[in-house]
Design a protein around this ligand. Structure first.
Ligand code: 3HC
Ligand code: NAI
Length: 685
């Protein structure tokens, strides 16, 4: 069946797209739309047109899979120009998400009728491009420059109700009535020749034309968020063109900027990120129809840093949580922090007071293990010690009902060993959240040797429900993320003893686009994790820092000195400690240049990623990228470590690893998979 069909309702021609799953504007859809308008113009009995979509959404954008391939006409900008130029009124009937090219089609229509639950947006910037079918020129003409700039540069969609206020939506209707209302609307304007063509409108551009401070103000407010990204800057340039140039020239400018971005590395990386995230949600060897467990109640052990944050995910999703602690004081503190976090969200306008109370009402604090008996899922987040975890899982096995999922939030420990303490290892899984757990998007689902398909599939579905991006990892020390991180942190420490400064290592990585470097990260987490004041022996820089009370940000000093606002500056004391270690080792400190720092910190991570792949601990290279972009702030515009390695060239990475082999010693042995890929001229992705 054709993806576009037409039928008549009186004097209205209804053009219907049916291109599941999201009505992406692929070539057949574009051609069909154009043919539909031509059909309407050629038929004297037709006086107006409605464009609508079947399925779950109005057009969700251009077909991203066509990017990077030779274009096949008609192009989307041409189709939209045909729609806008129509001498018969065209009405868009919008439901679901009108995104990117989808909203651009709607902007080319003369009128927009939207269902109340619809959302409208131009998210192209998230793919490293800009709206390339007139969106940057038409949206400001309809809703004004300030709001258009915000939508285009942040990529965040707005609700249809907001669209009804700002002029984007001409009529807001109940979802069930959309088609009928759109047709009625079309009939009410049928025969009209005085059509509101967006590209002819200029009244909402005047303010910004007279006072361009809207652009500088926007940059001032958002500069930090868009640091390193090319697309947001191009978006701003395109909207400026809308204000300063006639429509034809503005569209030309938009096209130029679009073509440049779409053929660039950042866009390729961000498109990779988009598809990688979706691929990560698929577990290759599990049947699609695997039955799921209905998670109606969650139990959490430990109300510390992680337990509290994990609880918030479920509370916010409306799932009741019972949280268990060893003693009253810890329980009260944990619950207090959850409430404070919610109240802070409310203060920032992200939640209403009602929502705060609703979430808190779903939380039951307890000191009794028996209260977890009827939970469908229990997540353990107690201290990172195997003996304690074993004890906890042994007890859970006795108390919690059969068929429930028993999960551990362990960072490093062997999930199979933990599972072996229960009579039901098939129900045990690792659910590794990242700190702060209520905010970080990543969830590593650690698949034990015996974990059942049902437990895995349920974990994946649940991750989606609580808004996490999940990746399946195998059982190995540190799973995917922390295993790779360990290599980077180790090289950082080692380079200090060769003469590099902590702040140089950190600067190289922040210039690369990471939110922080290895030493800033160590200071943030606390240098005393795993440090025992009873057993300390001044044998590492880190130990001496702890001994001298330099335990990280929380003590006001660590590798760096911190002021009250927690801004770090290089510390002379840290430098003196490092120097004394260098002296003791007999090494001659040397100047390590930025390129070597980058290679020593990142190449071993890529190498470890390759080992994780060859051992089957990750399903695919792109999963590793998803872990790093969502759990550790790896800059998405480079696509994650494995995609980045592909762009650097795997032969270059291998040569770099070999060049530094004497410095790496046993810490970094080169992955066979990496060697094989280089030999075959292959990439990871
Ligand atoms: N092109 C091609 N495939 C797309 C697509 C698109 N624009 N949008 C979604 N898909 C695919 C997904 O890859 C996924 O495929 P899979 O099932 O094989 O993994 C499938 O559609 C379903 O997508 P989701 O899993 O994301 O479904 P959700 O219901 O969770 O979300 C959505 C739906 C909100 C529409 C979300 O898919 C989305 O945000 N899509 C991208 C929207 C976008 O970026 N649009 C702009 C495109 S660029 C553009 O329009 C350029 C223009 O200016 C010229
Ligand atoms: P934490 O020390 O902040 O909290 C642990 C809590 O567990 C404490 O409040 C403690 O009183 C409680 N507890 C200990 N034994 C208990 C028991 N038998 N029953 C009930 N409660 C008990 O520790 P944090 O940081 O929350 O870590 C918890 C787990 O999460 C560890 O396994 C850790 O490796 C993992 N993790 C930690 C991350 C982090 O950044 N802090 C990130 C990801 C995982």
């Amino acid at each position: 069946m054709s993806v576009i069909t037409t039928h008549k309702d009186g004097e209205v021609l209804v053009i219907v797209s049916n291109n599941p799953p999201v009505n992406a504007l692929g070539q057949a859809v574009r051609a069909g739309l154009q043919a539909g308008i031509e059909e309407a113009l050629a038929d004297d009995s037709v006086k107006a047109v409605v464009i609508r979509c079947d399925g779950r959404t109005f057009f969700a954008g251009a077909d991203i899979t066509e990017f990077g391939k030779p274009p096949v006409p008609p192009s989307l900008p041409d189709v939209i120009n045909v729609i806008e130029a129509s001498t018969k009124p065209v009405v868009a009937a919008i439901h679901g998400t009108a995104l990117g090219g989808g909203l651009e089609v709607a902007l080319g229509c003369h009128y927009r009728v939207a269902a109340k639950t619809a959302k409208l947006g131009l998210p192209e910037v998230n793919l490293g491009i800009l709206p390339g079918a007139g969106g940057t020129q038409r949206l400001p003409r309809v809703i004004g420059v300030a709001e258009a700039l915000n939508m285009i540069v942040t990529g965040k969609p707005i609700k249809a109700s907001r669209g009804a206020e700002n002029g984007l939506v001409d009529k807001l209707v109940d979802d069930a009535d959309l088609e009928a209302e759109a047709i009625a609307f079309a009939k009410s304007v049928a025969g009209s020749t005085d059509l509101p063509r967006t590209s002819e409108r200029t009244e909402k551009l005047k303010e910004a034309a007279a006072d361009p401070s809207v652009f500088s103000n926007f940059l001032e407010k958002n500069g930090r968020k868009i640091r390193g990204y090319e697309a947001p800057i191009a978006c701003i340039e395109a909207v400026k063109a809308a204000v300063n140039l006639p429509i034809e020239e503005g569209l030309k400018k938009e096209r130029e900027l679009f073509m440049k971005l779409v053929s660039g590395t950042q866009s390729a990386a961000l498109r990779h990120a988009f598809f990688a995230e979706r691929a990560a949600s698929k577990i290759d060897d599990i049947p699609k129809d695997t039955p799921l467990i209905d998670i109606k109640k969650v139990g959490i052990l430990g109300a510390g840093t992680m337990g509290g944050g994990i609880a918030m995910n479920f509370l916010s999703a409306g799932i009741p949580v019972t949280i268990l602690e060893r003693e009253e004081a810890a329980l009260e503190r944990g619950v207090g922090i959850i409430r404070k976090n919610y109240e802070n969200s409310a203060k920032r306008g992200r939640m209403t007071e009602e929502q705060v109370e609703k979430a808190m009402s779903l939380l039951t604090p307890t000191l009794k293990m028996d209260d977890l008996a009827d939970c469908d899922l229990v997540i353990e987040a107690v201290f990172e010690l195997m003996s304690i975890k074993k004890d906890v899982f042994g007890n859970l096995d006795k108390v919690v009902k059969k068929g429930a999922i028993l999960a551990s939030n362990t960072s490093y420990l062997n999930v199979d060993e933990i599972a072996a303490c229960t009579s039901r290892p098939e129900d045990v899984v690792g659910l590794h959240f990242f700190s702060p757990a209520n905010i970080m998007k990543l969830l590593e689902i650690v698949r034990g040797e015996k974990t059942s398909d049902t437990v895995l599939a349920t974990s994946m579905a649940l991750a989606k429900k609580i808004g996490k991006v999940a990746v399946v990892a195998g059982v190995c020390h540190g799973f995917i993320g922390n295993r790779m991180l360990a290599k980077r942190q180790q090289q950082g420490q080692q380079m200090l003893l060769e003469g590099a400064k902590p702040w140089d290592c950190d600067r190289v990585l922040t210039e690369f686009g990471m939110p922080m470097g290895p030493f800033q990260m160590a200071d943030l987490a606390g240098l005393d994790i795993g440090w025992d004041p009873e057993k300390t022996s001044s044998s590492t820089v880190r130990e001496v820092l702890c001994e001298r009370g330099r335990r990280g940000q929380k003590t006001g000093k660590g590798f760096y000195d911190y002021d009250e606002a927690r801004r770090g500056t290089p510390s002379a004391e840290t430098e003196e400690i490092i120097n004394s270690f260098i002296e003791k080792s007999g090494n001659t400190p040397r100047q390590i240049d930025d390129q070597e720092i980058l290679e020593r910190l990142l190449y071993p991570m890529v190498n470890e990623g390759a080992k994780i792949l060859e051992e089957g601990m990750a399903q695919r290279a792109s999963d590793i990228d998803v872990v790093w972009m969502n759990g550790y702030g790896w800059p998405p515009y480079t696509g994650g470590p494995m995609f980045w390695a592909d762009t650097v060239g795997l032969d270059v990475i291998l040569a770099g690893l070999e060049k530094h082999a004497d410095k790496f010693g046993e810490e970094v042995t080169i992955s066979q998979l990496l060697r094989d890929k280089v030999a075959k001229g292959e990439k990871f992705n």
